[in-house]
Design a protein around this ligand. Structure first.
Ligand SMILES: Cc1ncc(COP(=O)(O)O)c(C=O)c1O
Length: 412
């Protein structure tokens, strides 16, 4: 067994990031300034986006996206039951009503067929609020079926906001996630996360990408609703005047964060290669067990492998998901669960009177998912330790073996 605990997902920060942060701290400009501008432009280029706005988190990107699209009380926004709470919090705080929809049984992504049914039903109800946007979440880094969502959004005249917190770099039918705003038939904005565990990090941080006019509006929403940012007001060419045109948020990114982001972005492709390699080794090792379902990767998908989520075939196992996690922890392997479906969280459960089976696929899959460590800092030995620990736990908990043992005991 390992000596040291293997943490679930620590960041990988190099000397170049540290030097760039120090350089920023020694400069006269530590908040939103030249490094943020450079980071926005290099990020937009990396994902093929027309324009990018750096913000303080993906949550902020979602909030600003909803505001820029003028989504407000009286509107509805559709999203998945299987996501982190902040996707739905952003809708809730905009004043619009979140409408949760169940997931596909294989990718666990928002199910377009169910979205089509739900939006059709809401449109038929004459008293219903208007659906203004759909938020597909590229769960774990596997892209959603975007063409299906674009079709639905075009038919119902609503926008698409991609929650791409996990999807850097992910590819849908040859198109990088973040690059579709120019070709999409409806307004499309994409929200990325640079939280510490994500595929690249600025400690906390996020990016909103989309068409230039929408990003220009979002930029105003992200900084108090002011018509000119501080860099424009306080730099040598700037002047002090500004107007306030809306009750904006305060969620701009700082140059300290951008200093980290500039170097992390350069390493993203190497990080992604390592994540993909670890995922491949896991699938090779776990795919042979009847007790597991390994992650799917559709033929058209380029997976970002933010999370490697193993599913336990509970009917084949004499254990629960929670006991499985405890046994891995005992073997010094950190794991997690992504996510507790939103309709099971007390705020949403109570406010919208949800019961667990309102979203049966999300509810069922939640009970059998385990996220395994998968990050570039892992050594080959770390990966082998995870494989060994999971293999030991499954061997110790096989139902078939137990049935065989019981049967042979009954015969003696
Ligand atoms: C699917 C999803 N959306 C949004 C977020 C929010 O990201 P942030 O922490 O950058 O606000 C997360 C965070 O983990 C997430 O997993």
């Amino acid at each position: 067994m390992r000596k040291a605990f293997l943490p679930f997902s620590p960041p990988l920060i190099g000397e170049a990031e540290i030097a760039e942060v120090a350089d920023t701290l020694r400069s006269d400009w530590i908040t939103t300034g030249p490094k943020v501008k450079r980071f926005e432009s290099e990020f937009a280029q990396a994902v093929g986006a027309p324009s990018a706005l750096a913000v303080s988190s993906c949550t902020a990107a979602l909030e600003v996206a909803l505001a820029a699209l003028k989504i407000s009380p009286g509107d509805s926004v559709i999203t998945t039951a299987m996501t982190f709470c902040s996707t739905v919090h952003a809708i809730e705080r905009s004043g619009a009503t979140p409408v949760l929809v169940d997931i596909e049984p294989d990718t666990l992504n928002l199910d377009p067929a169910r979205v089509r049914d739900t939006i059709g039903e809401l449109t038929r109800q004459s008293h219903s609020r208007r659906v203004r946007a759909i938020i597909p979440v590229h769960l774990y880094g596997h892209p959603c079926d975007m063409d299906a969502f674009f079709d639905i959004a075009s038919a119902h005249d609503c926008a698409i906001i991609e929650d791409a917190a996990h999807a850097l770099p992910a590819v849908y039918k040859g198109r990088t996630i973040g690059s579709m705003a120019d070709t999409a038939p409806v307004s499309t904005l994409t929200c990325f996360s640079f939280y510490a565990t994500k595929n690249m990090t600025t400690a906390e941080g996020g990016m909103l990408t989309g068409a230039s006019e929408l990003i220009d509006d979002a930029r105003i929403w992200a900084l108090h609703g002011m018509s000119r940012d501080a860099w424009k007001r306080y730099s040598s060419e700037g002047s002090w005047g500004y107007d306030v045109v809306c009750p904006g948020f305060k969620c701009n990114m700082t140059d300290i964060q951008a200093a980290l982001g500039l170097h992390q972005l350069q390493r993203l492709s190497a990080f992604h290669q390592r994540r993909s390699e670890i995922a491949r080794r896991y699938t090779e090792a776990f795919g042979v067990f009847d007790e597991f379902t390994t992650p799917v990767e559709r033929s058209w998908a380029g997976h970002a492998w933010h999370l490697y989520v193993l599913r336990l075939n509970l009917h084949e196992l004499a254990t629960t998901r929670d006991q499985f996690i405890t046994e891995l922890q005992r073997r010094k392997i950190g794991t997690s669960v992504h996510f507790i479906p939103v309709h099971l969280l007390s705020y949403y459960r109570d406010k919208y009177r949800y019961s667990p089976d309102d979203f049966p696929t999300a509810n069922r899959e939640f009970q059998r998912i385990v996220s395994l460590p998968c990050y570039p800092r892992m050594s080959d030995e770390d990966v082998a330790d995870v494989i060994q620990a999971v293999t030991e736990v499954v061997h110790a908990n096989r139902r078939r073996k137990q049935v065989a043992v019981q049967a042979s005991a009954a015969c003696t």
